[in-house]
Design a protein around this ligand. Structure first.
Ligand code: HSE
Length: 307
């Protein structure tokens, strides 16, 4: 095999209370990468198919950086030609950099007959996150690679937990079409958290994980509150509190900022409620005069895959 085409999904990271720890995969939306083995040690990135202004210089491109690290680890004498099609808009809060990094880690591993473990693939993909945002966080790349709902219990050493998801849990996401750069939205965060606020936050993380394990939708809803990051980042999202208020009135279990924003996600029990939330988002965003996209998705069981 000297060619492969693969897909990695968009993801919702943080999931309100779990900054840099929790994340889940969406279905349908994602990045596609075509790889071709080259006989010499070069990496060639074809012009990117899709919006944005991403560099095709290997050392400045997420796919290039991840692929180079993997080829080096394999001590490969071969190189790669890469053609990326972006389905996830950069700066959307839907794990755009993670989708590119993850599809690369996955596809290179497949092309070389799977020399790396899943955990190593996450570590390679984290290099792409570091290039994109200055921090090697794993809350997007873990679900983009492994699918489902994941928690990063520890970064050092990396310890990833796959969390079961109730059957009727659906996500509605609105992507207001403004760009929020992850690096900026990380830099504005406070570096310290008061103990009494931290207690509330980790209570919610415990509640959310327990709710997912026990299919307790009310508990999931009660736990979807972020006392630390949302108060700061919501300022970057026009109409954030109005959008979430409308979603809750439409029956959402809870809402939050998707990743570093500007996308806003909500979780609902069942498709009809997820659709009502989509209508509520639609109505409110139209009133606010924002251009937007809306997606309804199950928590996707599958992450990166050959297509
Ligand atoms: N956990 C990361 C953040 C996700 O919120 O900065 C970025 O997509």
């Amino acid at each position: 095999m000297n060619r492969i085409k693969a897909f990695a999904p968009a993801t919702v990271a943080n999931v309100s209370c779990g900054f840099d720890v929790l994340g889940f995969a969406l279905d349908k939306v994602g990045d596609v990468l075509e790889l071709e083995l080259l006989p010499n040690q070069t990496i060639i990135i074809d012009p990117i198919n899709g919006p944005g202004n991403l560099s095709t210089e290997p050392e400045k491109n997420i796919c290039g950086v991840v692929a180079k690290a993997m080829l080096d680890a394999l001590d490969s004498k071969q190189g790669l030609r890469m053609k990326l099609t972006k389905g996830v808009l950069p700066g959307s809060g839907l794990g755009s950099s993670a989708a590119s990094a993850s599809v690369t880690a996955f596809a290179v591993n497949e092309l070389f007959n799977k020399p790396f473990s899943e955990k190593q693939l996450v570590e390679f993909a984290m290099l792409g996150e570091k290039l994109a945002s200055g921090t090697a966080h794993a809350d997007n790349v873990a679900p983009a690679l492994l699918g489902g709902f994941t928690a990063i219990r520890s970064y050092d050493p990396l310890d990833i937990i796959r969390i079961p998801v109730p059957d009727e849990l659906y996500c509605t996401v609105i992507h207001p079409k403004i760009e929020v750069r992850t690096e900026l939205s990380r830099n504005i965060l406070k570096k310290q958290v008061e103990l009494k606020i931290a207690i509330k936050q980790w209570g919610n993380v415990a509640g959310l994980v327990a709710g997912l394990y026990s299919s307790n939708y009310d508990l999931i809803g009660r736990s979807l509150t972020d006392y630390i990051i949302e108060p700061v980042r919501s300022r970057l999202i026009p109409g954030y509190y109005e959008l979430t208020k409308y979603a809750l009135l439409a029956g959402a279990l809870g809402c939050g900022i998707s990743g570093s924003g500007p996308s806003v996600f909500s979780l609902s029990k069942g498709v009809p409620t997820a659709q009502k939330v989509a209508e509520a988002f639609n109505e409110k965003a139209t009133l606010l005069g924002l251009p937007f996209d809306i997606y309804i998705s199950k928590i996707a069981d599958k992450g990166a895959r050959v297509i």
